[in-house]
Design a protein around this ligand. Sequence first.
Ligand code: NAG
Ligand code: NAG
Ligand code: NAG
Length: 781
Amino acid sequence: MVVRSLLALFTLVVVFISVVLASESAWNGHTTPGSTQPTRFTPYYVAPGTKSYDSNSPIIHYSAHWKEVFSSAYIHKSVRSTTRKGAQMTFRFTGTGVEWFGSTGSRHGVAKVYLDGQLVDSVDTWSSVARQQQRLYWNFNLPFGKHTLKIVNAGQRQHRSKGSKIDVDAVVVTLGAKPSVASSAQSDDVAPIQNDAVSPQGGLYNMNLATLNPTETWTLTRKGNTGVHAMQLAVISDSHAIIVDKVEHNPLSIDGHPAWAALYNLDTHAVKPLRMQSNSFCAGGTFLSNGTLINVGGNPVVEDHTSAADFGDVDGLQAVRIFEPCDSDNVDDCEMFEDHSRVRMASPRWYNTVLRISDGSAMIIGGSLKGGWINNATTNNPTVEYYPPKDIQGSNGMPVKLQFLVDTLNSNLFPIAFSLPDGKVFVAANQDAMIYDWQTNTERRLPQIPNGVRVTYPMTGTGLLLPLTPENNYTPEVLLCGGSTVDDTKPGYEISSQDPASAQCSRMVLTEDGIAAGWQVEQMPAARTMPDAVILPTGKILIVNGAGSGISGYANVVNQVGASNADHPVFTPVLYDPAAPAGARFSAAGLPTSSIPRLYHSVATVVPSGSVMIAGSNPNLDRSEVKYGTEYRVEWLDPPYMGADRPTLGNVPQKIDFKQTVQFNVKLPSAGAGNVKVVLMDFGYVTHAVHANSRYVELVSSRDGDVVTVNGPPDGNIYPPGPGWLFVVADGIPSKGVKVMIGDGQGPEVNEAAIANVLANTSADQYDVDKKEKLFSDDSE
Ligand SMILES: *[C@@H]1O[C@H](CO)[C@@H](O)[C@H](O)[C@H]1NC(C)=O
Ligand SMILES: *[C@@H]1O[C@H](CO)[C@@H](O)[C@H](O)[C@H]1NC(C)=O
Ligand SMILES: CC(=O)N[C@H]1CO[C@H](CO)[C@@H](O)[C@@H]1O
């Protein structure tokens, strides 16, 4: 009886939501043209800046033996299909990209895809279940101009297939624009490569500018395609990075719908879609002390501006998604695990920061109770909680109030946080900063960031903990760069995409003397909001990405460019040497200029080879191809050391415990090297300009010939237990990074009572539960 009425309630809610959607047309759930009924979340989507040609368009030419089949399951209710070997369709278009949509099923076979006369792919359209409106081929990286797409029935089928049918439901063209000749430092002229339907790599571009001495030259190479937009990025192994996006119409698909997470192969540039249950817009993440990655928080299911209704995902606001260690090159069995009935946060969080702390657990900081834009007192979640849950001063797993996050409204989402060498946590939000002693739940406020600069969303700056070294006795110093002085109490209609960003960097030594001396201010050569700051194995810092004006987000302010709240992309990175004297720290010498805007939702990280991976940019609700569209292209910025003769390492132990002394082999460049140091790095978990856990710790070491002796970090305060990357840097030239587990490799302490208390006192997906109850009572009136 109870079950039945619950079911009835649920059905009513679903019907109600559907009705609301029908009248508003779900942004992401697709509404077939000519219909008012939203259908399921399929790959078919006509992004702004693209044009769809239906299967019966007069400019699509079919050879004999194609027939027209009618069903409401197809785009515009019809599809052209053929079972005849050699039957072909030809389509001429002008643009920068093309997508072929059609069906897959048990009677489907293989199609050969040709672009401009060249065979580019062989697409197997077989699937065990019938699916319509699937993206069967895509390439978004064509040089602007006239192209011809030809699809030919290969007459082949795999052994499971009962036929060799292929069909064409629609072709979508990315219109693109002629590139401005002056701006491009990169080549756009390489022919498309093999594009496998299962793991499409998109276009391949590779142009080196290494005409000068390679040891002095930075190179920028465009290579690879993320398949899902790169909103969140973390290196998980020698060979792979994980990319997490929000729910949107990405070109990569899984289970018949667009994917919103993927594993990216750093060597081959192949992408493998990951199955995600809940909406990860906008989550944070961290590795725990046992190497497991957690991805935390997100968005509810129904939200007009930030999420979809009809793609079959679940509420992500309380999600803790678990990604167990995945260290082998073969990532076939690596998956994201989610079960909100057993594993979840106690409270909803959107735009939370997730940090590994000194005991190897995750501290989850702040966020908003629902998706939206700038935070306010109604949506604020001014608390911290932990994963696994712990008992802090009687909290028994429940969220612990943080007054700092009340006092820093409104611009306080995605706080900048770092675990400090005394185990406490530095937190910056809006114009303020503090040191948080999480064990005693006490805050120590720090001097305010000078000159009214705000550093967190949507006035986004970036922050780093500067290198910790034995010489400076692991004295912490933090660096905050960029952001905005825009008043965070102004409504969107009083903020413009043209409001200048801040060029200010502020740094402070976190000792009594340092705090008394306050923030030391310097100016970047160019103002930036949404910059990414990446520590290189040399200890120098690359500042890349971002905009010269406006703020984070989309569709909120005046003078939007496309939907972007920001404008004036900054195309040239700058290098910052924290060890150089003030006034001589910034240099742009030799740094190449990109032609790809990297605005809101851009990322950058160093990878084990020492190269910097730059990806993303998407100031849009869903995939868009208008100005500042959704960016899938990856760039690789190689510092000069990539072309140098580099140290190589051997026999590095997989695990180094605190204070443990270990030895490994090094082969130094033939030139010989005077200054040899061993460095332990955490590349961080990158999202929204927050490089959580990014860390650079120099270890005590000595060298005897080709044997290096090194001491593990003194304790979990200096380096929170968990995975890291070991480098040897000889006279400023680093080796490649080798993955090591720091600590004993065990998971963080599990407090069963705290977990039980959280599960007993909170419900899963609370936001949507409340909302459904509210909807139902509204509906019944
Ligand atoms: C707070 O933010 C939410 C989400 O953006 C918005 O719906 C609400 O109107 C805001 N409340 C106030 C008082 O501004
Ligand atoms: C690591 O610890 C977390 C939290 O307790 C747990 O969920 C995960 O399964 C552990 N991973 C491994 C590989 O033991
Ligand atoms: C604060 C709160 O609601 N605490 C409750 C959590 O769940 C346990 C077990 O059901 C109760 O005993 C507490 O009162």
